[in-house]
Design a protein. Structure first.
Length: 262
């Protein structure tokens, strides 16, 4: 019992009530001084990064789907070369207007298993690893992605995007469309893009009039067209063209050209 004095006399306050009041004040005080939970910037960053990746993926799919029907107007590399040279030679032609032997020649030269893979030739990749990566293993599908959507040059970001986009192209485009775009965006000489411009540049004929020898020589200068000539071939190009001619006939006979031919 706690005693006190007022003008009227003595009064008493139960100790238990006093203790409860102090406890209540203490609890109230603790509630008022409760600290806020700290923000988590990494969670916020991760959330917005994920959203950004989803948006980028969606836009890429729209872009890729559009080019399944719409002919690519120009590529990043073409624009760079046009600015550097002051102009380029290029004329889009449908695959129906290209000599069939030309399509078979580039497939035989660059990607003989083109009809049998989904964008990556795993056997070629394993062979490249065993050779110490001294040989290329890029498929025509990968080259189409690089030439059509990305930039040239060796870098991990470009290679990563190429790896992500190649299966998307294989999913949306037909094999015939992939070959058609490849033949129209590939560089065959400095400032010369597409097989029709190359045929006229080297041989004075349209892409539809290419002979097996001419088609093999055009395929033989890839992927180093600035260092090789199809109309004045060095011994290496001649030998490579002969091998490509045999390869083009082989894939025609064994059915490995069926996926892009009518």
């Amino acid at each position: 019992m706690i005693w006190g004095k007022t003008s009227r006399g003595l009064f008493s306050t139960p100790a238990r009530a006093y203790s409860w009041d102090m406890a209540g004040k203490t609890r109230t005080s603790r509630k008022k001084t409760k600290k806020k939970q700290p923000t988590r910037p990494f969670r916020w960053l991760a959330r917005w990064t994920l959203r950004g990746l989803i948006v980028a993926w969606g836009l890429s799919m729209v872009w890729i789907a559009a080019y399944a029907f719409v002919d690519p107007p120009v590529t990043i590399y073409m624009k760079q070369e046009e600015n550097r040279l002051g102009g380029i030679k290029r004329q889009w032609v449908d695959l129906d207007d290209i000599a069939p032997v030309m399509a078979r020649s580039v497939v035989a030269a660059e990607d003989a298993n083109f009809c049998n893979h989904w964008g990556f030739d795993m056997s070629a990749i394993r062979a490249a690893i065993e050779d110490g990566a001294n040989r290329g293993a890029s498929t025509i599908s990968q080259q189409v992605v690089k030439n059509t959507f990305l930039w040239h040059g060796r870098s991990w970001p470009r290679k990563a995007l190429e790896t992500l986009m190649t299966p998307m192209v294989e999913l949306v485009w037909t094999k015939r469309r992939i070959v058609e775009v490849y033949l129209n965006v590939a560089e065959f000489d400095e400032g010369v893009f597409g097989v029709d411009a190359a045929a006229r540049h080297y041989f004075g004929v349209s892409a539809a009039k290419l002979s097996p020898v001419q088609a093999a020589r055009l395929a033989a200068i890839l992927p180093s067209p600035k260092a090789r000539s199809a109309s004045k071939p060095a011994e290496f190009v001649r030998r490579r063209a002969a091998v490509i001619m045999d390869g083009a006939e082989t894939i025609r006979r064994d059915g490995r050209a069926a996926c892009f031919e009518d």
